[in-house]
Ligand binder design. Structure first.
Ligand code: FES
Length: 277
């Protein structure tokens, strides 16, 4: 099973991996967006009468009233009423490479047009495509809390997760700690998502500081307002990227624990048990 999964990952990430996606803005705007989603706002979106089962409504969150700001991709959410009548509010930014997905009522699925990731609208968890092969919790769409008052008005608040990265960011290093105790000298492979994209030089310094061997670097080249998304497997190619947002690394478990304390790192997520590649 693990071997099959590694084979799939290799097929996905090892193939020519350069995709251009248009809807994203500059580096500075990206940082601005990350601040914006931290706001705790309770916002009315619709009335339940406007949302029959198996329908959806797109909306920006937090809404400012400024069309330019409200059209930012990182503010785009979808309110979905599932066929069972549950109401969900999911970030529209695919956690694979940030395209915007669409809800397909006939299939009761959220489908990303770029590389085929498919999400369960009830849970926001990827069920097929590249996002499905990303380790937990980078395989789930961030979700807003939904409340419906006595008048049927639907309110959203309290974003759970990080737009573009995933949901349920539990800082659980138990697995790595266990490996550090049982097999301290054996290398493990981990996926390392970063809180925000960093310059290639910063990515290189992280690799060096924590004795990490690069397996894959995920980032992009800026092409005006568009970006060319890349996954590369050498430090030299990583150095050519304008920004890096995640790494796959091989390292000793004690170094992964040190890495987990770095301010730019969300947490290392083991891809394989120690000793397996
Ligand atoms: S961006 Fe790649 S599947 Fe969505």
């Amino acid at each position: 099973m693990a071997r099959a999964r590694r084979g799939m990952l290799k097929a996905i990430f090892g193939a020519a991996f350069a995709v251009t996606i248009a809807p994203f803005l500059s580096w500075g705007r990206f940082l601005y967006r990350q601040e914006a989603v931290k706001e705790q706002i309770r916002q009315k979106v619709a009335n339940i009468s406007e949302l029959p089962p198996n329908t959806r409504i797109n909306f920006p969150f937090p809404k400012t009233g400024d069309p330019k700001i409200d059209s930012d991709p990182f503010r785009q959410y979808m309110l979905i009423r599932t066929p069972a009548g549950e109401v969900r509010a999911l970030s529209k930014v695919c956690v694979h490479l940030w395209c915007l997905w669409e809800y397909i009522p006939d299939l009761n699925e959220c489908q990303c047009p770029c590389h085929g990731s498919v999400y369960n609208p009830d849970t926001g968890v990827a069920i097929r495509g590249p996002a499905y092969y990303q380790p937990y919790p980078t395989n789930a769409l961030p979700m807003l809390k939904v409340e419906i008052d006595e008048n049927g008005d639907i309110y959203v608040s309290q974003l759970d997760g990080k737009v573009g990265y995933g949901r349920e960011w539990k800082r659980d290093l138990t697995r790595i700690q266990k490996i550090a105790e049982s097999s301290p000298d054996t290398d493990a492979v981990a996926y390392v998502p970063l809180w925000n994209p960093v310059r290639a030089s910063r990515a290189a310094s992280i690799l060096k500081k924590y004795n990490l061997k690069l397996v894959k670097a995920y980032g992009y080249l800026a092409r005006g307002s568009a970006k060319e998304w890349l996954a590369v497997d050498t430090v030299e190619d990583a150095a050519k990227m304008d920004a890096v947002y995640a790494l796959d690394v091989m390292a000793k478990p004690r170094d992964l624990l040190r890495l987990a304390e770095d301010k730019d790192v969300i947490m290392p997520l083991l891809r394989t048990p120690a000793g397996q590649r």
